[in-house]
Design a protein. Structure first.
Length: 415
């Protein structure tokens, strides 16, 4: 079939949204001829990638004032405006392209956010939306641990989620989609309120299962016990709680280390917190690293700590499981769906003090029970292999494509 893909973010060798866009393009191109509308900022890394997917036609599009994109990233409200305007422009590009090519399906893959519209749903071709998510918010009990700026961010974000139910562009996208895929049950519920016809649970993240890096059994043994976290250093990622939990654990296991990979606005505050807790010498901030280096770090650690307050489907969590690491996370959002009792520990959301204590206890358990740690690591690897490897997800998406085309569903519905 001929498939038109909308991927606002799409870049090889990256995580988060750009990595999601790239991997979905790769999977769709395994079966079909693919036209991809993405931002011009990704043209250079895509064209320089040594192993590009076949059967892909790239259409690079940015707004005339894209040279100010750094401003858009800094200003949250401005980035939303830019995204809306980009979607309008992408619709014009797609409409012109559809007059030249016959498309069997149109698929919006990024951004994977349910409260942001895709105007490609206006076209007559059957439209698939998602997987989309980001319906979760920071629990109120944990918001008290955040700065005034962090709490303000959460209020703005929650306001955007609330406003989405009244946004005619979002409602139009929802009602005209032949199929909508939701990353979490919370998102599925929100999408039903928007009036979607058919919504199903489907995680948008996958793990790269190349045998060259998969490490199914952590090789290192005590006395050096390493805890690893990966993610943007921002407040809702919860690293300030993770540092406090590690400090509790470190008092009884002084040969332990905590590694953090990522960069962000909170790094200075986190470094200061580590100093106040007396663990600076045992906490290592690596900053942003190339993906290949991140993989190496995974094989040098024993347990993966993911204390995020709301995450639909963190790629780092899946890759840690693929690498044979058990996961410690909060029992909320996407990680709560990935991690089972056999593959890690999910800490219930309660008071900050209780969360810190239980995170510390979980680290202690894995540090002093190597057999359990390795069993859970192997189970985590198997779970990713069976359910979340990118090729598996590509196969599942292909089955959905065939279902939509066989059903003869129309490409639009009256709003």
């Amino acid at each position: 079939m001929n498939i038109l893909v909308s991927a606002y973010a799409c870049e090889p060798g990256k995580g988060s949204e750009p990595g999601v866009g790239w991997n979905w393009v790769k999977q769709i191109a395994r079966f079909h001829e693919v036209w991809v509308i993405t931002r011009a900022v990704y043209q250079k890394p895509i064209e320089q990638w040594p192993d590009p997917p076949k059967n892909v036609h790239w259409i690079y599009f940015d707004l005339p004032f894209c040279q100010t994109r750094h401003f858009w990233k800094i200003r949250l409200w401005a980035e939303h405006v830019y995204y809306y305007l980009w979607q309008v422009g992408a619709y014009v590009v797609a409409k012109r392209l559809s007059e030249q090519q016959h498309f069997d399906l149109i698929h919006h893959v990024t951004y994977a956010i349910y409260w942001r519209p895709s105007f490609l749903a206006l076209l007559s071709t059957p439209f698939i939306w998602g997987p989309v998510g980001v319906a979760e918010s920071t629990p109120k009990t944990l918001q008290q641990t955040m700065s005034a700026r962090g709490r303000w961010f959460e209020r703005v974000r929650t306001g955007m989620q609330w406003a989405a139910q009244w946004d005619p562009a979002v409602r139009l996208t929802a009602r005209r989609a032949a199929l909508t895929l939701a990353q979490t049950e919370r998102t599925q519920e929100r999408l039903r309120r928007l009036g979607v016809r058919d919504v199903r649970l489907f995680s948008h993240m996958g793990a790269d299962m190349e045998p060259s890096w998969v490490h199914t059994v952590p090789a290192l043994q005590p006395p050096i016990f390493r805890v690893l976290s990966i993610g943007r250093l921002i407040e809702w990622k919860g690293f300030h709680l993770a540092l406090q939990a590690f400090a509790h654990f470190h008092r009884v296991s002084p040969t332990s280390e905590y590694w953090l990979i990522g960069e962000g606005s909170e790094q200075g505050r986190l470094e200061q917190l580590a100093s106040r807790l007396g663990i600076s010498a045992h906490v290592h901030f690596f900053g942003a690293l190339p993906h290949a280096t991140v993989v190496e770090r995974l094989t040098e650690c024993h347990v993966f700590l993911h204390p995020s307050f709301h995450d639909a489907a963190p790629s780092a969590c899946l890759e840690a499981m693929a690498a044979g690491l058990p996961v410690i996370c909060l029992d909320i959002g996407g990680p709560a769906l990935f991690v089972t009792e056999d593959t890690g520990v999910k800490v219930a959301v309660s008071t900050p003090e209780r969360v810190i204590t239980e995170l510390s206890q979980a680290i202690h358990t894995f540090a002093h029970d190597g057999k359990r740690r390795q069993q859970m690591g192997l189970a985590a690897h198997r779970r990713i292999m069976e359910h979340f490897a990118w090729n598996k997800k590509g196969d599942s998406m292909q089955a959905l494509y065939e279902e939509i085309c066989a059903s003869g569903r129309p490409g639009s519905q009256a709003a």
